[in-house]
Design a protein around this ligand. Structure first.
Ligand SMILES: NC(=O)c1ccc[n+]([C@@H]2O[C@H](COP(=O)([O-])OP(=O)(O)OC[C@H]3O[C@@H](n4cnc5c(N)ncnc54)[C@H](OP(=O)(O)O)[C@@H]3O)[C@@H](O)[C@H]2O)c1
Length: 295
C-alpha cells in the first residue's frame, strides 16, 4: 500500500505520516513544495509516487483570517480538494479528505450532536470553503472518503491548548477567562490518523463524522488540560460575547460518529481519555517550551 499525505507539516499531516509508517510506503509534502490547488504540480508529484490513497491533511485553518483572506481560504479548502479528487478519478486510488464541524450552523441546542445526514449551514468563510471542498470532492469522484472532525489538537499544535498553557504559565495569578457557552468535540490528531487507517482498512467510502467522543465547552477543555498538567490556574467561565471574533463560531458543533459506529469502524475515544493520554505523552515537553517562552 502506498500513501501520500498532503499538508504533511500540519497537526494531522505529521500524525498521519507517523501512523502509516509501519503499514505502508508513505510520502508527504506541504507548502511550499506542493500546493494542492496547483493541478500541474499535483499531477507531476502524485504520478511519480503512484499512491493507492491520498490523505488530504492540507487546509487553510486560520478561521478568523479567512474572513478577509477569502481567496486563499477557497484555494486551499475548495480548489485543492477538487484538484486531488480529479487526480484520483483520472488515475485511480482513493482520496481521504478531512472536513470540519464548522460546516454546521450550530443552532441546535447543546449538547445534542450533529450526524452525517444533518443539514449543513456554515456561518463563516472557513466553514463555507470547507463545505465547498466536500461538495467538489463528491462531484469529482466516487473514490472518496470524507471525515469531518472537530477542535483538533496534536503534538505540533499552535492553537487553543498552546495558548491556554502559555497564558497560565506566563501569568499564573491572573484569572484565565475561557468561553463556556460553545460546545464541541475535542479531537487528538493522532487518534484521527488511527481512525483514518481503520476506515481505510475497513473499506469505508463516503461521508463520516470522526471526532472525540462526547462534548464539552472551551472552558472544560482548557481546565481539564491544565489539571492534567498540574498547572495551577484561575480558570473562569465566560460567555463568547466577551471574546468577539471576526468569524462567527457555532454555539454547538458537537459531532456524533454515527456511521463509524454503525459500521463497526470506530476507534475514536472519549475526548477526556485522549486528552489524558496526550498530556502524558507530550505534556512535559509542552510545559518546558511554555516556561522557556516565558523566560
Ligand atoms: N484545527 C482544527 O481545529 C480543525 C477542526 C476541524 C477540522 N479541521 C480540519 O482538519 C484538517 C487538518 O487540520 P490541521 O489542524 O492538521 O491543519 P494545520 O495544522 O493547519 O495544517 C494544515 C497544513 O496544510 C498546509 N497548507 C495550507 N494550504 C495549503 C495548500 N494550498 N497546499 C498544500 N498545503 C497547504 C498548511 O501550511 P501553512 O501552515 O504554511 O499554511 C499546514 O501545514 C483540515 O482539513 C482542517 O480543516 C481542523
Amino acid at each position: 500500500m502506498r500513501i501520500f499525505v498532503t499538508g504533511s507539516k500540519g497537526q494531522l499531516g505529521r500524525d498521519s505520516l507517523d501512523v502509516f509508517a509501519s503499514l505502508a510506503e508513505v510520502a508527504g509534502l506541504d507548502l511550499p513544495d506542493l500546493d494542492i490547488a496547483d493541478a500541474g504540480a499535483v499531477e507531476r508529484t502524485l504520478s511519480a509516487f503512484k499512491p493507492d490513497a491520498v490523505i488530504n491533511a492540507a487546509a487553510y485553518t486560520q478561521v478568523d483570517r479567512a474572513e478577509t483572506d477569502r481567496e486563499a481560504a477557497r484555494r486551499a479548502n475548495a480548489d485543492g480538494p477538487r484538484v486531488l479528487a480529479e487526480y484520483v478519478e483520472r488515475h485511480g486510488g482513493l482520496l481521504v479528505h478531512v472536513s470540519t464541524d464548522y460546516v454546521f450552523d450550530g443552532r441546535r441546542p447543546p449538547p445534542r450532536p450533529y450526524v452525517e445526514t444533518d443539514p449543513t449551514g456554515p456561518a463563516s468563510v472557513y466553514g463555507r470553503t470547507k463545505l465547498e471542498g466536500e461538495e467538489a470532492v463528491r462531484r469529482a469522484t466516487e473514490r472518496h472518503l470524507i471525515l469531518r472532525t472537530a477542535w483538533l489538537y496534536g503534538a505540533s499544535s499552535r492553537g487553543f491548548l498552546r495558548a491556554i498553557l502559555g497564558r497560565a504559565v506566563s501569568n499564573p495569578g491572573a484569572p484565565l477567562r475561557v468561553v463556556n457557552d460553545q460546545f464541541g468535540s475535542p479531537t487528538w490528531s493522532w487518534r484521527l490518523a488511527r481512525q483514518i487507517r481503520k476506515a481505510l482498512e475497513g473499506g469505508a467510502r463516503g461521508l463520516y463524522h470522526a471526532a472525540g467522543e462526547g462534548a464539552c465547552t472551551w472552558f472544560d477543555f482548557a481546565a481539564e488540560f491544565l489539571r492534567l498538567l498540574n498547572v495551577p490556574a484561575r480558570v473562569e467561565p465566560c460567555p463568547a460575547t466577551e471574546y468577539p471574533r471576526p468569524a462567527p463560531r457555532p454555539r454547538n458543533s458537537v459531532l456524533e460518529n454515527a456511521r463509524l459506529k454503525a459500521e463497526g469502524l470506530q476507534v475514536m475515544r472519549p475526548w477526556a481519555e485522549d486528552l489524558a493520554e496526550f498530556a502524558r505523552l507530550h505534556g512535559e515537553r509542552w510545559l518546558r517550551e511554555a516556561r522557556e517562552a516565558k523566560a
